[in-house]
Design a protein around this ligand. Structure first.
Ligand code: SAM
Length: 289
């Protein structure tokens, strides 16, 4: 039985191990069973599933995951949490703890070895300081993924969902929507965590597209163009692309490509949809050959 998701039991474990929470690791532990159940339900787990949990903390959500899935691998950076996890998860024989920085872990290889290369599910209450690199890393390294169900800062969840013409629209919105269908499951207030974060949170489920929604000849070029467009938000697309450290295109080539795509010369990146970025990237890719 999962037992940790309340303030009393969490404090008991923290005291037993004299554990001091570390801000630098984004440690805000969940203490609300309703929220935990909501996450587990929206992750839609079955006994066939292999789950990767990022940052298990003291194992609060890990217990729920172990009960719902076939196998759970939980990656935790903080060495001081490992003896605690060995204690709180001792009843489960389908959980493996890896003491490592998730950004340094070869998740594709892990999915290959532990799940025969079949799509995995990622479920996590993420450390907020590295939300974007974690999500981008999962998608861009082409880990076989079915879905990612995560707690993130509310503002970041909103950014993943929005389209052009809104202030939150950016490279993260486009990347997430290229790979997945985002759905906000619930908003979660600070009092559901210990200690309370300074920001509101939200659970978001990213369901991987079976097929990408737009045809792109060179995915990596498209994302370089997208990043260049939003790096300099107040600049026109021509200037953004021209000043990019990642791609080296002449102003003439960019101007020709924009004209061919039917955009005004002074258009800004934030006005373009994913389809339009794909089209522009395909034109630029042809012109670069
Ligand atoms: N899952 C627990 C819960 O819901 O109560 C803890 C969530 S807490 C927001 C984030 C966790 O991620 C912490 O346990 C923290 O130590 C861990 N963490 C932070 N950076 C990490 C990294 N780079 N790799 C793996 N785990 C990390």
């Amino acid at each position: 039985m999962a037992t940790l998701g309340n303030p009393k039991n969490t404090i008991e474990i923290l005291n037993k191990y004299k554990f001091v929470m570390q801000k630098k690791f984004g440690q805000n532990f969940l203490i609300d069973t309703h929220v935990l159940e909501k996450i587990i339900n929206s992750a839609d787990l079955t006994k066939d599933d292999f789950v990767l949990e990022i940052g298990p903390g003291i194992g609060t959500m890990t217990q729920y995951l172990a009960e719902a899935a076939r196998e759970v691998v939980a990656v935790e950076i903080d060495t001081k949490l490992i003896p605690i996890l060995e204690d709180t998860l001792s009843d489960y024989d389908n959980v493996t703890i890896i003491n490592q920085d998730v950004l340094k872990l070869d998740i594709k290889k892990l999915a290959e070895e532990r799940n025969g290369g079949k799509p995995i599910k990622v479920v996590a209450n993420l450390p907020y300081y590295i939300t974007t690199p974690i999500i981008m890393g999962l998608f861009e390294s082409h880990v076989p993924i079915d879905s990612i169900t995560i707690m993130v800062q509310k503002e970041v969840a909103d950014r993943m969902k929005v389209g052009p013409g809104t202030k939150d629209y950016g490279a993260l919105s486009l990347a997430v929507q290229y790979y997945a269908d985002p759905y906000i499951v619930a908003n979660v207030p600070p009092n559901c965590f210990m200690p309370r974060p300074n920001v509101g949170s939200a659970v978001i489920r990213l369901t991987r597209h079976k097929e990408v929604p737009v045809k792109v000849d060179d995915e990596s070029l498209m994302f370089k163009i997208i990043r260049a467009s939003f790096n300099q938000r107040r600049k026109t697309l021509v200037n953004g692309l021209n000043n990019s450290p990642e791609i080296h295109l002449s102003k003439e080539l960019i101007a020709e490509a924009l004209e061919e795509a039917g955009f005004l010369a002074n258009i800004r990146g934030e006005a373009l949809t994913l389809e339009q970025f794909a089209e522009l990237s395909n034109i630029i890719s042809r012109k670069m050959k």
